[in-house]
Design a protein around this ligand. Structure first.
Ligand code: NAD
Ligand code: UD1
Length: 343
């Protein structure tokens, strides 16, 4: 298939492009580089031996998108482009609604005008809010998101569902076809060490913080609470290797060929892992020490949050293969070879 990957220079987008190429798909990457580097494209070429056509464009720029869609036919768009920093979204909600919701509306409009109504959308486990049950299944009710970032994702899921329903009611012979992928906690990097996560400033998420402590950029890790009702008192999450996550998109593509409608899948491992387990595993597999202190809980954090990923196995034939060891190994391999990211 011929695929447009928006946000293709980003963390998950770049890994997905590698897997799409490995599976024999044609790929064009589109990104405005607001949170990524053009250098990613050279790295992808080194890994795959293929040069990826790149369009430097903003999804809010209708004219630029018109040019992209007029120049070739895309069978599907895998849509990663968006802003994703939870804290920043609280401070700059307008920017998040305008970029994520406004940008996606422009993208969807240009797509439908060019006859491309297949989309795989990057959603997040955050849409469950405080989930009804753990492990979280896709039929759990969506919850109240604590921040604008989560609300942009939840809104976009609803928008895609409404567009599909309207097509069916209107008897559209080619209705929208959307796969909503709710990611749990993506970490790790490509085993080559050539592409990985390169957050700007001080990282908010656990793994990039740990790797920056390991490389000496940050002094120590602050563990947010050790008094949760979990086996060792620290927060439990469902970390998933970004390469497994990327492969989930390739499987989801096949689903867009085989059926239409709106389908939702959790992409996680189904295994909860605590902050202390991550620290200990990182130290063991990489032979480095991670100094840490226990701090108070981070407001808004839940004690535990992990997926039931069995629907993705049943319907997409996808399951995560890589464990915490590989996630810690590959995150460190990336960070130590690229201490300043793509700089
Ligand atoms: P990322 O920031 O590395 O990648 C997103 C890319 O989109 C960046 O390269 C950025 O430059 C680009 N972009 C942003 N706004 C754009 C616009 N208006 N036009 C064109 N390009 C634009 O983030 P990521 O971790 O790769 O996440 C990819 C997607 O997955 C995002 O939509 C994110 O919300 C979602 N997601 C991420 C996580 C996570 O923990 N990383 C979890 C759940 C969902
Ligand atoms: C966070 C976001 C969530 C988003 C997800 C994307 C918040 C409140 N939640 O989730 O909306 O979808 O990232 O990846 O920001 N931890 C520490 N010290 C640190 C960083 C984290 O102890 O410096 C702990 C946290 O308390 C948590 C675990 O590590 O128990 C994972 O944290 P993080 O990587 O931020 O992910 P989430 O909290 O799941």
């Amino acid at each position: 298939m011929n695929i447009l990957v928006t946000g293709g220079a980003g963390f998950i987008g770049s890994h997905t492009i590698v897997e799409l190429i490995a599976a024999g798909h044609g790929v064009t990457a589109l990104d405005n580089l607001c949170n990524s580097s053009r250098k990613v494209l050279g790295r992808i070429e080194r890994i795959t031996g293929r040069s990826v056509p790149f369009r430097e464009a903003d999804i809010r720029d209708r004219e630029a998108l018109e040019k992209v869609f007029s120049s070739e036919h895309f069978d599907c768009c895998i849509h990663f482009a968006g802003l994703k920093a939870v804290g920043e979204s609280v401070k700059k909600p307008w920017e998040y609604y305008e970029n994520n919701v406004g940008g996606t509306l422009v993208l969807l409009d240009v797509m439908r005008r060019h006859g491309c109504k297949n989309i795989i959308f990057s959603s997040t486990a955050t849409v469950y809010g405080e989930p009804e049950k753990i492990p979280v299944t896709e039929d759990c009710r969506k919850g109240i998101c604590a921040h604008p970032y989560g609300r942009t994702k939840s809104m976009l899921e609803d928008i895609l569902s409404d567009l599909y329903r309207a097509d069916i009611e209107n008897g559209d012979p080619r209705p929208w076809n959307a796969v909503l992928l709710r990611y749990f906690n993506p970490i790790g990097a490509h085993p080559s060490g050539l592409i990985g996560e390169a957050p700007g400033g001080i990282p908010n998420n656990l793994m990039p913080y740990i790797t920056q402590v390991a490389v000496g950029k940050l002094e120590k890790l602050h563990v947010f609470g050790n008094d949760y009702d979990t086996p060792d008192g620290t927060g439990v999450r469902d970390y998933i290797h970004v390469v497994d996550l990327a492969k989930g998109h390739v499987k989801a593509l096949r689903a867009t060929e085989e059926r239409s409608g709106v389908s939702v899948y959790n992409l996680g491992t189904g295994r909860g892992c605590s902050v202390m387990e991550i620290i200990k595993t990182f130290e063991k597999v990489n032979g480095v020490s991670i100094p840490y202190v226990i701090d108070p809980r981070r407001p808004g954090d839940l004690a535990e949050y992990y997926s039931d990923p069995s629907k993705a196995l049943r319907e997409l034939g996808w399951r995560a293969e890589l464990g915490i060891e590989e996630m810690c190994r590959d995150s460190w391999n990336w960070q130590k070879n690229n201490p300043d990211g793509y700089e």
